[in-house]
Structure formats: C-alpha cells, structure tokens
Design a protein around this ligand. Sequence first.
Ligand code: ADP
Ligand code: MG
Length: 277
Amino acid sequence: PEAVRPGPAGAPPSPAGPSSPAGALDARSVSAWFGERKVLDRVSLEMPAGRVTALIGPSGCGKSTFLRILNRMHELVPAASLAGEVLLDGEDVYAPERRLTEARRDIGMVFQKPNPFPAMSIYDNVVAGLRLTGIRASRAEKDRLVEECLTKAGLWREVADRLRQPGGALSGGQQQRLCIARSLAVRPKVLLMDEPCSALDPTSTRRIEQTIRELVDEVTIVIVTHNMQQAQRVSDRCAFFLAEQGTPGAVVEHGPTEAMFTAPVDQRTSDYVNGRF
Ligand code: ADP
Ligand code: MG
C-alpha cells in the first residue's frame, strides 16, 4: 500500500478561494496502450482552469481511458502503458516524486454509476476522502465541511435532517450528488466526470448539470458525455474523439463549444454533432 501524504497536523482543509485560477490541465501528445493494442494516439488537449471541457465521441474511442489517464487511474490496469505528458498547473502529474494520492486528491473523479459507500452514512460518505488523502479535521470542521459540500452538490436541503442514514438509501440522482460532495471534500482542483448522468432520469440530470455550472467557479471540470444537448448546456469547450476503423482514438477537433456545434471545421465533427453517426 502506498504512503499517504500527512496533512499539516490539526490543520483544517483550507477554504477554496472562489476566484482561484488553479486547476489547468494540459495533456501533451498522450498515447495509450492496453498490452500491444494502441487505444489513444497523440492526444493534445488543454483544459483551462475554471472551465468545463466536454469530451465527446462514439463508444470505444478512448474517452474514458483519456479521462483516467488525467488522474493516473489507468495505472490500476496492469497491461496499460502510456506516452506523453499530463501537466496540472504546469507540473507533471506523472513525476516520480509526485505521489499517487496527491494526484488523486488534486483531481477527483465521478463515475457513470453512482458509487457512494452504500452502508456508510451520508455524513461519513462526504468525509471519507479526508482520511484516505491524509487530511485531518476536527469534528466541528467536518460538520462545516459536510454542510458546505452537500450544499455545493445541491443535496443539503434534502438530507440535512438525516445525515446518519446510509448513502445507499438515497435515490440514484441523490447518490450521484453525494458522490460529487464526497469528491469536493478534499478540495480538488479538477473534477473528472465520466458520463455522470447516463444512469439518471431527466430531472436528476438537469440538477447535476446546474451543479456543474455552479461548481466551475472553483473547480475545473472535464466531463465525458454522449448527450450532445448536455455538452452544449454545460461545456465551455469541447473535444471530439474518434477511432476510425481499427485505428486508435484521437482528437479530430477541439475548441469552444459554440464553434464546435455551429461551425465545425471537420466534416466528421459535423456529422457526429448532428447525429449522422
Ligand atoms: P470510450 O470511453 O470512448 O467508450 P474507452 O476508453 O472505454 O472508450 O475504451 C477505448 C478502447 O480501449 C476500447 O477499444 C476498449 O475496448 C479498450 N479498453 C478499455 N479499457 C480496457 C482495459 N481495461 N483493458 C483492455 N482494453 C481496454
Ligand atoms: Mg467511456
């Protein structure tokens, strides 16, 4: 097991500044393989701080793989290998001296299927990441953090009077918002979201989208979505991934969302965003 970065003794998690410019991700010529098979080819993409970047493209073109590479989660796959660089605010996420827990603390992840700890209370779910990443906090600090993070995730009013109930007792949409609150508790600079609404109903989806727009003032967001309306509603920038007949996934085009949807440069982008494949 890997060493956990100790938090400053007794120091509460520092409050996230609303105008903090931190959290710019920059992928430089990232290629990835599973065993012999190349699945991403020289993907270069800047994901600016304080913006929502949407990754779009057909299934199997490497969006999830790319997302996982951004916070070193793909290292969990034994056969996976990588070339290229990922920089967070100019610092190499893969630098040998940079601990995995540090990368994961700075760059949180929310998955398609809501995955709160089902038997753990709502309260304990929110603070679960503190211990894992070596942050110490008093009971009073945790109380404040739980309220703050649940508020940011748009869940506080619904659960304030039942924080001791298990996370698994919530509805799917509430569970996803609990997962967002849990991610926020360690003060990440970036939040990665892999199809966070695909398992949710339209009402829950719209609430998560609203939350995403509210969060982006303090955390950079990278979201994978298959929903073109959602990409247009939530993202500032878009990157279109494609893996053509047996070739590895690559970025065909990227840019401001508005331009990608109204004036795509590449015919394949146009076809995809207009639902022609
Ligand atoms: P997307 O998220 O765009 O649907 P993925 O990143 O999940 O695409 O997958 C990209 C390619 O990598 C696919 O061909 C998929 O089969 C392959 N792949 C994904 N995960 C693994 C894995 N753990 N082992 C081997 N191949 C994988
Ligand atoms: Mg995927």
